[in-house]
Design a protein around this ligand. Structure first.
Ligand code: ATP
Ligand code: MG
Length: 359
C-alpha cells in the first residue's frame, strides 16, 4: 500500500520511517526541495493548493494524510472530488485549524476551556480586555504554531501594542491561565471506531515552543488520565475521526482545561518511537489504512528533549549512553525545531549532559 503525505516535514519523515517495516511505501507533497521527508520517500515538489501538483501527488495512493493542520480545506475538497481517500477528514481539519471553531467544539462537548472571545476590531479588543479584567493572551485564529501569532496582554495598557502586532487578522482573546502544568494526550481511532490512548505526557514549553515531554511523575496521574480519555473520546466521535489526534491541556488542580488539538501525530508523542510498544507514527498509519491498532503501552519512562535552533554534533550527543538522536536534517534557524532526543529511564545526570550541548 502507498500512503501520501500533504507536507514533507519531520512528521511525514517519521511516519515514513515507521511505515517501512510494515511494507508500506510513501510519497509527500511539499514546495520545499529540501523537505525532511524527501530524504526517505518519493517527493512531489509543489504547492499544496496547486491542482497539477495535487494530481501528480495523488496518483495511485491508497490513502492520503496530513502532517499539518494548516493545509487548505480546498486542497482536501479537490482531492476527494477526484476520488482520493483522506484521513483524518475535512471536519477534523476545518475544526482544528481555527481556534474559534476548536474552542466552540470543546465547549459544545462539555470540555472546559479558557474563557475566550472572538475579536474582530481594535474596539472589541479594548472592550473585552476592560470589561473582563485580568491578563489575557491574544492569538491569531489560524496558522499559529510554536507560539507564533500570540501576544500577552497584562493590562489595558498593552492593547495598542497587541493590536499593532496582530491587528487585521482574525483573532481570539483568551484568559491567561495560571496553570499547574501542561500535558497532552495522544489518542488514536481506527475506521471501525476503536480507540487507544497513550499515557498522558507532561510538557514544558520555552518561549512558546515545546521544550521537553516527560512521562508523568509529579502529578497523581490516574484521575487525569481517565478524564483526558473521556474528553478525547467525545472529540473523536464528534469529528468522525480516523488517525492520531492530540489534545493539549492545562492542568489546574484536578481539572483539565483543553488548550488546543492537533489532527495529527504530535511533537509531544515523539517519545513513543522508543518508549511505547507501538509508536504514534505507526499507529496513525495503521488507523488510516484500516489495519488493527497496536498497543499504546509504555515500555520505559522517558524524557524527550527538542533540539531547537542549533544541532549539536552527533559525535558529542552520542557519547551519552542510551541517548536516541533524531536529526530532521533541516537548515538551522533561530526557534526552528531541528531534531529531538529521547532518553529512556532518564537520570538527572543524563538530562543535564544533554542540556549542556544545546544552545
Ligand atoms: P503549538 O506549538 O503547540 O502548536 P501554538 O503556537 O499553537 O503552539 P498554543 O499551544 O495555544 O499555541 O500556546 C503555546 C503555549 O503558550 C502553550 O503551550 C502555553 O504554554 C502558553 N499558553 C497558551 N495559551 C495560554 C493561556 N490561555 N494561558 C496561559 N498560557 C497559555
Ligand atoms: Mg500548543
Amino acid at each position: 500500500m502507498r500512503v501520501g503525505f500533504l507536507g514533507g516535514g519531520q512528521l511525514a519523515r517519521m511516519m515514513g520511517l515507521a511505515g517501512y517495516p510494515l511494507g508500506l511505501r510513501f510519497r509527500c507533497l511539499d514546495p520545499n526541495p529540501e523537505s525532511p521527508a524527501a530524504d526517505v520517500m518519493e517527493h512531489v515538489q509543489g504547492p499544496l493548493n496547486d491542482p497539477d501538483a495535487l494530481r501528480t501527488f495523488a496518483k495511485d495512493l491508497d490513502c492520503i494524510t496530513i502532517e499539518s493542520e494548516n493545509i487548505p480545506v480546498s486542497t482536501l475538497e479537490n482531492l476527494i472530488l477526484h476520488g482520493s481517500k483522506i484521513n483524518p477528514g475535512i471536519k477534523a481539519l476545518a475544526t482544528s485549524q481555527d481556534r474559534l471553531y476548536e474552542k466552540t467544539t470543546f465547549q459544545k462537548l462539555g470540555i472546559p476551556t479558557a474563557d475566550f472571545a472572538n475579536i474582530a476590531s481594535r474596539e472589541e479588543l479594548e472592550h473585552e480586555v476592560r470589561s473582563r479584567g485580568g491578563a489575557f493572551i491574544l492569538k491569531t485564529r489560524r496558522e499559529g504554531y510554536d507560539g507564533k501569532g500570540q501576544f500577552r496582554i497584562k493590562s489595558p495598557a498593552d492593547v495598542d501594542a497587541a493590536w499593532a502586532a496582530l491587528g487585521g487578522k482574525d483573532l481570539i482573546l483568551e484568559k491567561w491561565l495560571g496553570f499547574d502544568a501542561e500535558c497532552s494526550l495522544i489518542s488514536v481511532r481506527d475506521v471501525q471506531g476503536n480507540t487507544r490512548f497513550y499515557p498522558l505526557v507532561h510538557n514544558v514549553h520555552k518561549e512558546g515552543i515545546l521544550f521537553t515531554s516527560e512521562s508523568w511523575t509529579t502529578f497523581s496521574k490516574k484521575p487525569l488520565q481517565s478524564k483526558a480519555e473521556a474528553y478525547a473520546q467525545k472529540v473523536m466521535q464528534e469529528l468522525d475521526y480516523v488517525g492520531v489526534l492530540t489534545i493539549e491541556f492545562f492542568v489546574m488542580g484536578d481539572e483539565l482545561i483543553a488548550n488546543e488539538m492537533a489532527p495529527r501525530v504530535h511533537n509531544s508523542g515523539h517519545w513513543t518511537i522508543e518508549g511505547a510498544v507501538t509508536s504514534q507514527f505507526e499507529n496513525h498509519l495503521r488507523a488510516i489504512l484500516g489495519l488493527p491498532l497496536g498497543s499504546t503501552d509504555l515500555r520505559e519512562p522517558f524524557t524527550m528533549i527538542n533540539v531547537v535552533g542549533y544541532m549539536p554534533p552527533a559525535a558529542d550527543l552520542l557519547k551519552i549512553d542510551g541517548l536516541c538522536l533524531h536529526d530532521y536534517r533541516k537548515k538551522a534557524a533561530p526557534r526552528r525545531k531541528l531534531g529531538h532526543i529521547t532518553l529512556l529511564r532518564p537520570s538527572q545526570e543524563k538530562c543535564d549532559a544533554v542540556m549542556k550541548f544545546l544552545k
